[in-house]
Design a protein around this ligand. Structure first.
Ligand code: 13P
Ligand code: SF4
Length: 322
């Protein structure tokens, strides 16, 4: 048996073990779009942060295995407090969520006592508990647009996402200087180079990218035609890849998303803007760890009751809007 065949046989074996443990545990497997292909393939649902939150809130399974990172598992636990939420690797964190904690947010709020606090979902439960609204890349615009025009906004923690929203809405916002080390590394020059190499390709950009603001300027001055670029969440990218008449796409986000795009659209071509855009935290989850999580019922992610109740208000406000 060749190395490739042996690898595929091992994956099939693990997938069968996972299916059996899932049945025994009355579990559901939720996976983010950045997970490795084999993990996406065993999941009951693959999606972006917003879709995963909705699935976590709606499931009637007893156990949720969350193939993503810690803040996502926390969000699932807040939305489904009666369920056991498992994160297959407790070390799967997020460099963006790490840029702010509750204490720093309280100090920032004290400087702007009348401001409305909008926190991106990539934050800890403690930070969400200090926030008025949660948002994801899929609904951040709608959430900010729902806030009365005369209110000042504190937006955190992603600077590029916040700047994009500020530019599109023209709102008065203070933006936290946080960034995701994976997306911040997708520089504007990469977009220029990729477009020169693939002039016919449609551009799909995640709003956390370091190139997002430049893409907006390119759109404004006509350097990129309106229909040739979309700034969207990971699920927005997957949907656009399906519905667009384009045959070729430049994808500016974490490369795990290419698995689903290529599987769903075998006749289209997907080119990463940056091959190096790989989230080390997302890649910590493997099939072995998913099997072990189900078998050993660990690592359980729980949020203290009082924090969960306060954080939930900000998430429910978001879900009510979009
Ligand atoms: P999405 O909600 O667009 O999937 O993004 C989550 C994330 O962590 C991006 O880095
Ligand atoms: Fe966090 Fe960036 Fe990884 Fe998304 S890609 S989970 S923002 S470190």
């Amino acid at each position: 048996m060749s190395g490739v065949d042996a690898g595929e046989a091992r994956e099939a074996e693990l997938a069968a073990e996972i299916a059996e443990w899932k049945r025994r545990r009355h579990a559901v497997i939720l996976a983010h779009n950045y997970q490795v292909g084999p993990v996406q393939d065993v999941a009951d649902y693959v999606g972006d942060s917003l879709g995963l939150s909705r699935q976590a809130a709606a499931t009637d399974a007893e156990v949720i295995v969350f193939c993503g990172v810690h803040f996502m598992a926390e969000t699932a636990s807040i939305l489904s407090p009666g369920k056991t939420v498992l994160l297959p690797d407790a070390g799967a964190g997020c460099s963006l969520a790490d840029t702010i904690d509750a204490e720093r947010l309280r100090r920032w709020k004290a400087e702007h006592p009348d401001a409305v606090v909008v926190s991106y979902v990539n934050t800890t439960a403690e930070v969400k508990a200090e926030s008025d609204y949660c948002c994801t890349s899929g609904n951040a615009l709608k959430v900010v647009q729902s806030i009365p025009e005369d209110r000042e906004i504190l937006f955190l923690p992603d600077f590029f996402l916040g700047s994009w929203i500020q530019k599109v809405t023209g709102r008065r916002m203070h933006i936290w200087m946080g960034e995701c080390h994976v997306h911040a590394g997708i520089h504007p020059e990469r977009i220029g180079a990729a477009r020169r190499e693939h002039p016919e390709a449609e551009l799909l950009v995640h709003p956390e990218c370091g190139c997002t603001t430049s893409v907006l300027y390119f759109l404004e001055d006509g350097a990129i035609p309106r229909e040739a670029a979309n700034v969207v969440s990971t699920e927005g990218m997957v949907n656009r890849a399906r519905s667009s008449p384009a045959r070729e796409f430049l994808v500016a986000t974490e490369t795990g998303i290419l698995h689903r795009m290529r599987r769903d659209n075998p006749d289209k071509r997907f080119i990463p803007v940056s091959d190096g855009a790989v989230c080390p935290y997302m890649k910590m989850i493997t099939l072995e760890k998913v099997r072990d999580a189900l078998r050993d019922l660990r690592v359980e992610v729980r949020v203290p009751k009082e924090t969960a109740a306060r954080a939930r208000l900000s998430i429910d406000r978001m879900l009510a809007i979009a």
